[in-house]
Unconditional design. Sequence first.
Length: 104
Amino acid sequence: MTNNIQKYRFVCTLTFGDIYGQIIIWLITITISLASALALMGARRPVYALATVGLVVLLSLPFLLFAFVTTLLNHIEVSPVEAGTKMEPIPGNISQQQPVQATS
């Protein structure tokens, strides 16, 4: 029986620019819901204003979460590493940088 266990390298290439648009759209959605809540606050029943904000946030959170998760999964790279390959850190990747040593 042969033992063909291969090592894999997981690299996340997600940057803030990849999710920037999603954050801006969600902030616009929240701002519009708060504006509509303020408009409804002058009505006879201010409970409608709170219900509007709650409903918008409740309905938009699953879509935001889905967008973030799918964007993250699209930026994860898995590649096999052959035996004897030297691993070098990716520039700018904090998770692979060495910690700073304190000097006295």
